[in-house]
Write a protein that binds this ligand. Structure first.
Ligand code: ADP
Length: 267
């Protein structure tokens, strides 16, 4: 069976990962969309259980090139899930205060508490991606950081956090179309940044930075998934399925009711 999970220790060459692949779900878009909505309902139930049980923590990391679909994935996958107990953090260019600290300082406080799902829209990985591409850190610093990141994520995992990391993989043509759409559609125009056009020119450098980062940080406790993301429905289906499977594996139970509940009389 096709899987997009990166086995720990495997060297990733992104050219070999087709952003338009659909072989993991062979029944086509119509059935895929139906399955997506069923899985969303299941996710809603599992999230309610996670919240009630108040034991496990779940961290979802989303990384992608510009217009790669991070926002759309969050909107689609968590559509219908009770917002209580789910929090999204979008990591932007660090503030001066954040830059005065180590790069994980701003991240740790947004990690999930018991019963919570935390979604990172961009993450600590920016510190080995955009910074690397722009020469703010060199390869040696990145190698050190991969080790910090693995240790940091292991700390979270050993303290009860399930970590799922998704790289939403689109290709250059798809990005072009999506950026053009941002210009063409008045409702999307606010999202357009001239900077995105400049970053696009550095595509190859970004791919190398992603390959190195993903290869070094896909671990048993925090694996990466390289999700073919040219097709939105397919991307969403894979992410929600992976989340549902991970939550099912936690084998959660609703807490016991308060003692004496059988005798309670509601007047
Ligand atoms: P998004 O593209 O995620 O929807 P923005 O358009 O506001 O949101 O872009 C956020 C920007 O912040 C991106 O260009 C990203 O590379 C940058 N950024 C995030 N984290 C860091 C970091 N640690 N160092 C430098 N730049 C960062």
């Amino acid at each position: 069976m096709t899987t997009y999970r990166v086995e720990p220790g495997r060297r990733v060459e992104l050219d070999a990962w087709d952003p338009g692949d659909r072989s993991w779900f062979e029944d086509g878009k119509k059935k895929g969309v139906r399955e997506l909505s069923e899985l969303r309902e299941r996710l809603d139930e599992l999230q309610a259980l996670l919240y009630a049980e108040h034991r496990h923590k779940v961290l979802v990391v989303l990384q992608a090139m510009d217009a790669g679909g991070k926002d759309g994935t969050i909107r689609s996958v968590f559509d219908g899930v009770n917002p209580q107990g789910v929090k999204v953090t979008s990591f932007k260019v660090p503030t001066p205060l954040e830059l005065d600290h180590d790069y994980l300082w701003r991240v740790h406080r947004h990690t999930p508490g018991r019963g919570e799902v935390a979604i990172f829209n961009r993450s600590h990985y920016e510190d080995v991606l955009v910074t690397r591409v722009h020469g703010l850190v060199d390869e040696a610093v990145c190698r050190r950081r991969y080790a910090h990141i693995n240790d940091f994520e292991r700390l979270l995992a050993e303290e009860g956090t399930t970590i799922l990391k998704f790289f939403l993989h689109i290709d250059l043509d798809e990005q072009k179309e999506r950026l053009q759409e941002r210009l063409d559609d008045p409702r999307k125009r606010w999202k357009f940044r001239q900077g995105d056009v400049e970053e696009r020119k550095l595509w190859g450098d970004y791919m190398r930075a992603y390959e190195d980062a993903i290869s070094a940080t896909s671990t048993e406790w925090a694996p990466w998934h390289i999700v073919p993301a040219n097709h939105n429905w397919y991307r969403n289906l894979y992410v929600v399925r992976t989340l549902v499977d991970a939550l099912e594996a936690l084998d959660m139970r609703y807490p016991d009711p308060e003692e004496g509940w059988e005798d309670a009389v509601i007047e």
